[in-house]
Write a protein that binds this ligand. Sequence first.
Ligand SMILES: Nc1ncnc2c1ncn2[C@@H]1O[C@H](COP(=O)(O)OP(=O)(O)OP(=O)(O)O)[C@@H](O)[C@H]1O
Ligand SMILES: [Mg+2]
Length: 350
Amino acid sequence: MPIAPMTNAVGIDLGTSTIKLISENYQYRIPSLIGTPNPGWQGMSSDKSWLNNLIIEDSKGQEVYIGELARLQSEIRKPLASEGKMKSIDNSLLALKAILSLIMKSSYEQFVVATGVPIATGVEESKKLSRGLKGTHEIKVRNDATGEAKQMKILIEQVFIAPEPYGTYWHSLKTSGVQTAVDSIIVDVGHGTTDILCMYKGNMMRAASGSIEEAVDSLTNALSRAIQEKSGKIIRPFDLMTAIEQGKNNILVGGKALDIGKAMDQAVGSIADVIVDESNRLLNNLPPDAWIEKVIVCGGGAYVFGDYLKAAFFEANIVKNKEEVIMPKNAVMSNALGFEQIALTKLKKQ
Ligand SMILES: Nc1ncnc2c1ncn2[C@@H]1O[C@H](COP(=O)(O)OP(=O)(O)OP(=O)(O)O)[C@@H](O)[C@H]1O
Ligand SMILES: [Mg+2]
């Protein structure tokens, strides 16, 4: 039976704190980290998944830890992006190849890749990433927990790169059934940065887009400071993330329950104000005939800041009613979902 070569459409969101990848039924999220190897006892770990035990060989034949494995086990960890832009193209390429290996069903496969990068990433860097991705690659990966090694070859036929929030813009247009381009602002509240992208007549407006450091991370930092002032106890910002994700107002500090509801409201309000102020400032760079019909709020921060942002965008007169501020159903994956749809479109045109 002849087997026709199949090309996979892949959507990626290469964020400053996590990388998201979507292809058909596969959905992955891994920390945007690579790290030095730090071998331990094999077979002892309870989690034997490839996703959390991913090692890849670099061009010099040296092993590099990727994602969760790097976060937990590497002594030296390097973020793939920070301050709103990509840091090392080579490292990003390595991480991308490693996660592509997760969706391979055979030892040779073809891909069309559409990926979002942080908004402040320069044109040169994007071109370099695109050049680096296109073509044939040998991939050698190993599972740290089981020791299993795999070798494969991939051909990346086409690459599309755009600022991350463009994925959500595309996704929202497709899912709402709107065919015409609507002037809109996409506000992606992530962990370490909030990216703001302005769309005018279907074009991404560079002068009216940018990124700021106020995001979920600023909220956990503010809460951690407030808790320390109140109780004298130190709670690391990172440890507050779960409480925030679960919407908990009461947390346990030094064995005593502490109500963080008020501190939370205050911090969320002031961070949301900064985000709206910055959006307002960026909007000044749009042509006068631009008419913002939609504000699309996405990223994990949409869950915490969504309601405040809705009210604040309305109060700042950026939208005429609150219903014009929308949130995609899956605000964390919406960029990657949109990029997958873009990759599918490119694939059909082939
Ligand atoms: N359901 C949720 N409710 C509240 N907060 C959430 C939820 N899901 C994720 N978050 C928070 O959102 C943040 C992650 O969001 P997201 O995945 O959009 O960030 P990121 O893309 O990795 O970061 P960046 O855009 O800065 O690179 C985390 O800080 C997480 O705690
Ligand atoms: Mg993000």
